[in-house]
Design a protein around this ligand. Structure first.
Ligand code: KIV
Length: 272
């Protein structure tokens, strides 16, 4: 399998991410929630590691992202930061940490940055959280926006289906994207929207748009466990499997169990 060799190990900044769009370079982003995986994906050359609130699903087994707390996000983000030397580390602001208003949001963002050591935060929403984003940017914290399918609003949406199919929602998304750029966001995630809409937003904005289930964009993001084939039974059409770790891990652990049961493990050369 072809791999991408990164020779430049200099730490990636938000300025570098913005420059990548103007230089026509695609941006790779992937989630991680722990030290070991962060080391691997950083070594593999990913540009941005997102400590997503999808940790609620992937790490904790919840059915939505709503239950994860600020303390839990800080824990995951600080583990990732310790495992990363090159990638930009962005931490999701969890549900409930910014929706109550600007003061709450700025305080939460400051706490995430101070306690985790990450490089930027990500929040879901457009005009309705403009004041909060303005406050966070004014506090000197880089902000990544998130539009389209914003999973923290799942109860309002009634599910995880494609967003912005209808004209009115598509127009709101375009105006929200313009607003986030004006407010100083350095990039925006576009989740599960039609590819033609993504392409329109990418050509209108100067900042990079990172897609997930949104067709071609300035960059792409996937949940690590999904693309590694660990999340059996979850295969929406936008997820490409780059490995079958479900089989690799269950085979390896199954072999270990069998070796222990048959007393093949440990052997003399594996003992002191
Ligand atoms: O939490 C997450 O993993 C995300 C990505 C799906 C963009 O927000």
């Amino acid at each position: 399998m072809a791999t991408y060799i990164v020779e430049d190990r200099k730490k990636i900044t938000t300025q570098r991410i913005k420059a990548m769009k103007s230089e026509g370079q695609k941006i790779s982003m992937i989630t991680s929630y722990d030290y070991s995986m962060a080391r691997l994906v950083d070594e593999a050359g990913v540009d941005i590691i997102l400590v997503g609130d999808s940790a609620a699903n992937v790490m904790a087994g919840y059915t939505t992202t709503l239950p994860i707390t600020l303390d839990e996000m800080v824990y995951h983000a600080s583990c990732v930061v310790r495992g990363t030397s090159r990638a930009l580390v962005v931490c999701d602001m969890p549900f409930g940490s910014y929706q109550a208003g600007r003061e709450d949001g700025v305080r939460s963002a400051l706490e995430i940055m101070k306690r985790s050591g990450c490089d930027a935060v990500k929040l879901e929403g457009g005009a309705e959280i403009a004041d909060t984003i303005r406050g966070i940017v004014n506090a000197g914290i880089p902000v990544m926006g998130h539009l389209g399918l914003t999973p923290q609003s799942v109860n309002q949406f009634g599910g995880y289906g494609l967003r912005a199919r209808e004209e009115a929602e598509a127009e709101k998304l375009v105006s929200d994207a313009r607003l986030l750029e004006q407010l100083g966001c350095f990039a925006i995630v576009l989740e599960k929207i039609p590819a033609a809409l993504t392409s329109r937003v990418c050509s209108e904005l100067h900042i990079p748009l990172i897609g997930i289930g949104a067709g071609a964009a300035d960059g792409q993001v996937l949940v690590l466990q999904d693309m590694l084939g660990m999340n059996v039974g979850f295969k929406p059409k936008f997820v490409r499997h780059y490995a079958d770790l479900h089989a690799v891990i269950t085979d390896a652990v199954g072999q270990y169990v069998s070796d222990v049961k048959s007393a093949d493990y440990p052997r003399i050369e594996e003992s002191y």
